[in-house]
Design a protein around this ligand. Structure first.
Ligand SMILES: O=C(O)C(=O)C[C@]1(C(=O)O)C=C[C@@H](O)C=C1
Length: 117
C-alpha cells in the first residue's frame, strides 16, 4: 500500500489508521525510552564486571531470563520465539558494550584509535 492508496481511502479509514499510527508512535517512543534505561543499567553492570574482572557474558543468567520472558510472552499472547530472539538481540549488544568497557574503549567508540575518523 502506497501513500497515495491511503489518500484515496475513505475518510473514516484514514482517521482510524491515523489514530492507530499515533498509538504505534507512542509505543515506539516508550520502547526507545525503556531500552535507553535498560542500557543505562547494563553500562553500570559492564563497569562493575570490568572493575572486578568478571566475564562479560553470564549464560546461566541468560537462560533464566529467556525462560522467564518466554513465559511472560505466552501470557501476553506474544510469540515466545520472537520474545527470545528480541532478548538475545539486545543481550548480544550489551555483551559487545561490556567487552568494550573491559577493553577500555571510551563511551561512543574508539575515537582515538588508529583508523578512526
Ligand atoms: O546480568 C548481567 O550479568 C548482565 O551483564 C546483563 C545481561 C542483560 O543484558 O540482561 C547481559 C549479559 C549477560 O550475559 C546477562 C545479562
Amino acid at each position: 500500500m502506497s501513500s497515495s492508496d491511503i489518500e484515496q481511502a475513505e475518510a473514516s479509514v484514514r482517521a482510524e489508521l491515523g489514530a492507530l499510527r499515533d498509538s504505534i508512535d507512542n509505543i515506539d517512543a516508550a520502547v526507545v525510552h525503556m531500552l535507553a534505561e535498560r542500557f543505562k543499567c547494563t553500562q553500570r553492570v559492564g563497569r562493575l564486571k570490568a572493575d572486578h574482572d568478571l566475564p562479560p557474558a553470564d549464560p546461566a543468567r541468560e537462560s533464566r531470563q529467556i525462560e522467564r520472558l518466554r513465559g511472560l510472552a505466552k501470557d501476553a499472547k506474544l510469540d515466545p520465539a520472537f520474545a527470545e530472539k528480541l532478548l538475545n538481540f539486545i543481550i548480544a549488544e550489551v555483551i559487545r558494550h561490556h567487552e568494550q568497557i573491559a577493553d577500555g574503549v571510551p563511551p561512543g567508540g574508539r575515537a582515538n584509535a588508529p583508523g578512526a575518523h
